[in-house]
Design a protein around this ligand. Structure first.
Ligand code: SF4
Length: 365
């Protein structure tokens, strides 16, 4: 009797030019789609490594870490790192935030519903991944994209455009939708078993959840959860406001986009914005950005920390102090002593907190 295991394919089934091992580089957000795309390839013996790009707008890496956790909520985690651990693949964490500024401020293909330049973003990330593929000796790229899942970057007509503009030709595989797409080079060459891939399309996540069950994957972020602040309406409004009040110049620093993630933002005047912390975590966070700004807090009364950005003429400062006093425990007091801290030192000011009616809704960004 032969010693050959029954599931070993005959040697002739292996294409002669098949590298060993076949090495693939995938984009891993840590969401269910990218987890499944990775598992579809590792389960057929392909050696996979993944890359996660930090754009500066990633939600998971900041919000969860800044705000006080809700009672009983799991501790904050980095979804891509967690997914890589679950999948047993190496993860490259790559910061593209500096170069990414031009993608956000001047997207060739425009924005989605908010200030999300999804198509340009995807093209840029695939280009960056391609550079890594060339440098690190991978044979092809893959993503967790699903045809028809998202209105801008995951449409049947935009997927070939991403390949074309990123200059990757047939070397980008989408394992979750592969059976509905033209064969890619690694499939044509027999490096990847096309029949073991999927033909998922559309917005429903049910097929992905069923596939996750098949793979025994249960620990993944909510499929509906976002991963990028640029798709958030409130965040985009605050970013647009920032541009509008800098003479319409579309630019930002990393501090700018970090501060847009924390606190209540109220514009009191075209030249003056106040950011008010919503919990102790945000108060501490805002305190770290006081250099070059004014920091306000009530003295001797629990309440928020606030930053003043822009002009600080005395009458605006008075208004800002009254506003911040309103958000603290002294809101019903006749007078509250506010501490004003600048790079030059500290001083105090007695103010009467604003009433709720004195805060126009239009101040809120
Ligand atoms: S949601 Fe954000 S990270 Fe994702 S493609 Fe769009 S812009 Fe890029």
């Amino acid at each position: 009797m032969s010693d050959t295991p029954v599931d070993t394919p005959p040697a002739t089934a292996i294409p002669v030019d098949r590298p060993h091992p076949v090495r693939a580089l995938g984009l891993l957000s840590g969401g269910l789609d990218s987890i499944l795309a990775t598992r579809l390839l590792t389960s057929q013996g392909i050696e996979v490594e993944c890359v996660n790009f930090h754009t500066g707008f990633c939600i998971q890496s900041h919000t969860a870490a800044i705000r006080n956790p809700k009672p009983g909520a799991p501790p904050p985690r980095h979804d891509a790192l967690h997914a890589a651990e679950l999948l047993g693949v190496r993860l490259h964490l790559v910061d593209i935030s500096q170069e990414y500024v031009r993608i956000v401020t001047n997207p060739k293909h425009g924005y989605g519903r908010n200030l999300n330049p999804c198509l340009d973003c995807k093209i840029f990330m695939v280009q960056k991944a391609w550079e890594m593929k060339e440098r690190l000796g991978f044979h092809f790229l893959f993503t967790g994209e699903v045809v028809g899942e998202r209105p801008m970057s995951q449409r049947r007509d935009t997927m070939p455009l991403i390949q074309r503009e990123a200059g990757v030709g047939g070397w980008l595989l989408r394992p979750l939708s592969a059976l509905t797409l033209p064969e890619t080079e690694p499939e044509k060459r027999g490096w990847v078993d096309r029949q073991a891939l999927q033909g998922i399309t559309g917005r429903s996540r049910k097929p992905q959840m069923a596939l996750a069950r098949q793979f025994g994957i249960t620990d993944y972020p909510s499929p509906a959860g976002g991963c990028c602040f640029l798709t958030d309406e409130g965040y985009s409004r605050r970013l647009q406001d920032l541009w509008d009040h800098r003479g319409g110049v579309k630019e930002y620093t990393l501090d700018d986009i970090l501060l847009l993630k924390a606190g209540r933002h109220l514009r009191l005047h075209p030249g003056c914005k106040v950011i008010v912390g919503r919990d102790q975590g945000e108060n501490n966070f805002l305190g770290g950005f006081k250099k070059g700004r004014l920091l306000l807090r009530a003295k001797g009364i629990p309440g928020p920390v606030a930053l003043v950005e822009g002009e600080a003429a005395e009458e605006l400062l008075e208004l800002a102090c009254r506003l911040v006093a309103r958000f603290g425990k002294g809101r019903d007091a006749e007078q509250v002593t506010m501490e004003i801290e600048s790079d030059q030192g500290r001083r105090t000011r007695q103010v009467t907190p604003l009433s709720a009616e004195e805060i126009p809704k239009t101040w809120y960004l």
